[in-house]
Design a protein around this ligand. Structure first.
Ligand code: SAH
Length: 342
């Protein structure tokens, strides 16, 4: 498939261009595009496309489909976890959460990850490869097809580091937002990063109003270096400067993710330091009790500690929410299901 183009990598406008490049009329692009978003899996499904063009498309392109390998549902039925089989036999995982009239999908961005965060299951075997834009997109399309529901919200918080796969992520954001495609609004999309500073600036310069989430996990550089190797490259100060730039460019509130780990980052001292770091910033803190991963010895703090940490922040006027992880009965978090399946 090397030289063949994946058609799900294209916006509608790009599909029309592609048709012209292969000597066809632009309106064929509109037709093929609409077949793809109606769920056509093969060119033969595209009934109003002449056979000669279908054969030509077969030669120069492919649609781009991934397959459901396994699906698990939480007891309350609101969280579903999918393992998808890619064309090269790699496996990725995706989560769907169906809560309060919002259907949110958490997509993977890479097979594995090379960021090396100590508490995370996705990075244990390093990076295998980047996902193509269409492979990120098709996670959503296959879940919509499987559940019959429209996905309204999207989080780029699955396996991988989206800003380490920047070009493909950028194209993915364009196609997932395309009007006659999935048409997911930028304001309903959140991209989470461990803090790759130069790419935060590039993302800001795109001036698309997606939500930015930063995995902070400690207000101290030396502690961050212990648990997140990327902190050796970029300091908290550099990250926060980039966030201020992001806010200026997009007018969006930035989210800081803070996974609470017992005895590591859950004390009053940390809460106070975090509050003074974030003072005056248009932001919000998500507190997530760490998901205990079999291979790692990090533990969750006791419930009381978690809510105390939130109260310290709130008392200092930093809005904070405790996110109790959903679907942990189905390895609902952080690359654990894929590891177990392998
Ligand atoms: N690479 C990106 C996005 C993927 S991780 C990032 O680092 O932000 C999504 C979020 O889950 C990040 O905040 C990450 O730090 C967090 N995370 C990873 N493993 C976790 C675990 N075991 N428990 C709680 N949060 C975890």
């Amino acid at each position: 498939m090397e030289n063949k183009k994946a058609l799900k990598n294209f916006t509608e406008a790009e599909m029309k261009e592609f048709m012209k490049e292969i000597g066809e009329k632009a309106f064929r692009g509109t037709q093929v595009y609409s077949w793809i978003y109606k769920g056509a899996k093969t060119f033969d499904d595209m009934k109003n496309i002449p056979k000669s063009l279908r054969e030509k498309l077969e030669e120069v392109s492919y649609i781009g489909n991934i397959d459901i390998e396994l699906k698990l549902e939480s007891k309350d039925g609101k969280t579903k976890k999918y393992l998808f089989l890619l064309n090269d036999e790699n496996i990725i995982e995706t989560v769907m959460m169906d809560y309060d009239s919002r259907v949110t999908v958490c997509v993977s961005n890479q097979v594995g990850c090379r960021m090396g965060c100590r508490f995370c299951a996705s990075t244990m075997d390093g990076l295998v490869r980047n996902l193509e834009p269409w492979e990120i997109l098709d996670q959503i399309m296959k879940i919509q097809e499987d559940t019959g529901k429209r996905v309204s919200n999207l989080v780029l918080m699955g396996s991988g580091e989206p800003l380490d796969n920047y070009d493909n992520t950028k194209q993915f954001l364009k196609i997932v937002n395309d009007e006659n495609g999935l048409n997911i609004g930028y304001r309903h999309i959140t991209l989470s990063t461990c803090g790759i500073v130069p790419k935060i600036y590039e993302l800001a310069d795109l001036e698309i109003p997606i939500n930015l989430a930063i995995s902070l996990h400690s207000p101290y550089d030396d502690k961050r270096k212990e648990i997140m190797p990327v902190a050796n490259k970029y300091s908290i100060k550099e990250i926060l400067d980039a966030c201020r730039y992001y806010i200026k460019k997009t007018n969006r509130r930035v989210t800081f993710e803070y996974s609470l780990i017992k005895g590591v980052n859950d004390g009053k001292k940390e809460a106070e330091a975090l509050a003074s770091l974030l003072k005056g910033m248009l932001c919000h803190v998500n507190l997530i009790p760490i998901n205990e991963v079999d291979e790692r010895d990090f533990k969750k703090p006791d419930k009381a500690f978690i809510y105390k940490f939130r109260d310290y922040l709130e008392e200092r006027n930093i809005p904070a929410t405790v996110r109790i992880s959903m679907g942990s009965d189905i390895s609902g978090a952080c690359g654990q299901l894929r590891r177990k399946h392998k």
